[in-house]
Design a protein around this ligand. Structure first.
Ligand code: MG
Length: 118
């Protein structure tokens, strides 16, 4: 699925309702809420804070889906094409950060990568 398809699906869903999209300020708070929910699940799975016995088991993937939904809402509300935005981000990583990390094809004979400054 392309990000544009994701945005269109979210738009079809939201367009069913008279309320429409939330204000960008509300959406950014919603995004923070969903990020908090993801952080909570990660903390319970990998961190030191177990869930209480009466707390339902959460789902990391579902929380990531929630974040994608709210992000698509925000992009639609602001008229931003997420395919273009993601392409710009990848261009940034491929240019600005192209020498930042150790490439797998630069591993030494011991199979260990070396940083550029080593
Ligand atoms: Mg959630």
């Amino acid at each position: 699925m392309q990000l544009s398809e994701l945005q269109q699906e979210v738009d079809r869903y939201i367009s069913q309702f008279q309320e429409g999209y939330f204000h960008p300020m509300t959406l950014v708070v919603r995004l923070a809420e969903e990020l908090g929910e993801l952080a909570r699940e990660i903390n319970h799975h990998y961190g030191e804070k177990p869930k209480k016995a009466d707390e339902p088991e959460g789902d990391i993937a579902l929380e990531m889906g929630d974040i994608l939904f709210v992000l698509a809402c925000m992009a639609n509300r602001l008229g931003i094409d997420l395919d273009d935005a993601f392409s710009a981000t990848m261009h940034k990583f491929r240019t600005r950060d192209r020498d930042r990390w150790t490439r797998r094809d630069r591993q030494d004979e011991h199979g260990e990568g070396r940083r550029k400054d080593e």
